[in-house]
Design a protein around this ligand. Structure first.
Ligand code: CA
Ligand code: CA
Length: 259
């Protein structure tokens, strides 16, 4: 009995030693440190901004000097978002290389006529994708299907300006152009581009992944002081004939901005 308890105690100590010794030998990683959120116009630090990596289920807030650390592992491309009351939703696609250097993120004050359509991360597609797809390793949210539709109001005075649908960030597009830009490593296939519809008319195709993509809303299609509708439809794998394989993509921060 005594031998058994000694054995158990030794096993507990053996299990604890690596845990305690890790910080002594490994030190504190500098990756993800030295980051800051500032006002894009004044460069003033912004405290209490919410910084998130939605797919990693990670969030943190900036301190009183606008500083924040990313205490999580970043591998492939992933979307980082910054939210703060009174400012436009901000997002940027980062990866390990980008996260390993200090990031200074300038966010813009929101304008009176801005319409935030969606600030959540959306996954379009069918949850069926190759490991070679753009950002395949990062998908965690379940797909909501091949398309996303949202209705929103636009006031009559927007007609005096240029209005844009702004997509904060988009990843996972596997078009021929995305492949030629080395945004994925698929060799044998590609997909048609995601399509954007405004009030039922196609207004754009999105061929590349990236941040802050702006699509002009044709003035003639705007319904002033009424409900307007935006639809984003993901593409299909053009080399899969046996069944429909929608291109799995993720996007974040949809808004209407006026200039
Ligand atoms: Ca798919
Ligand atoms: Ca994809």
């Amino acid at each position: 009995m005594k031998k058994i308890s000694i054995l158990i105690i030794s096993l507990i100590f053996a299990a604890l030693i690596p845990v305690y010794s890790a910080p002594l030998t490994g030190g504190v990683s500098e990756i993800g440190r030295g980051n800051k959120v500032v006002d894009a116009k004044t460069n003033a630090p912004i405290s209490g901004a919410r910084v998130a990596l939605p797919k990693e289920g990670y969030k943190t807030y900036t301190d009183k000097n606008g500083n924040f650390s990313l205490n999580t592992d970043v591998k492939d491309d992933t979307i980082m978002s910054v939210q703060k009351d009174g400012y436009r939703p901000f997002s940027i696609t980062i990866n390990r290389e980008i996260a390993s250097k200090p990031m200074v993120l300038g966010i813009q004050k929101s304008a009176a006529m801005d319409v935030v359509i969606d600030s959540d991360m959306l996954h379009l597609g069918d949850d069926n994708f190759s490991n070679d797809s753009a950002n395949a390793g990062e998908f965690r949210l379940e797909a909501i299907g091949p398309s996303y539709t949202k209705r929103f109001m636009m006031t009559a005075n927007t007609l005096a300006y240029n209005n844009f649908l702004v997509i904060g960030s988009i990843i996972g597009i596997d078009t021929k152009m995305a492949r030629s830009m080395r945004q994925n490593s698929i060799r044998n296939s590609y997909s048609s581009p995601p399509e954007v519809f405004f009030n039922g008319r196609k207004i754009a195709e999105i061929n590349l992944n990236g941040d802050n993509q702006k699509i002009k809303l044709p003035r003639a299609l705007i319904k002033p002081d009424q409900t307007n509708e935006i639809t984003i439809q993901t593409g299909v794998n053009l080399f899969q004939r046996a069944y429909i394989d929608y291109d799995d993509i993720e996007l974040m921060n949809l808004s209407i901005q006026t200039e």
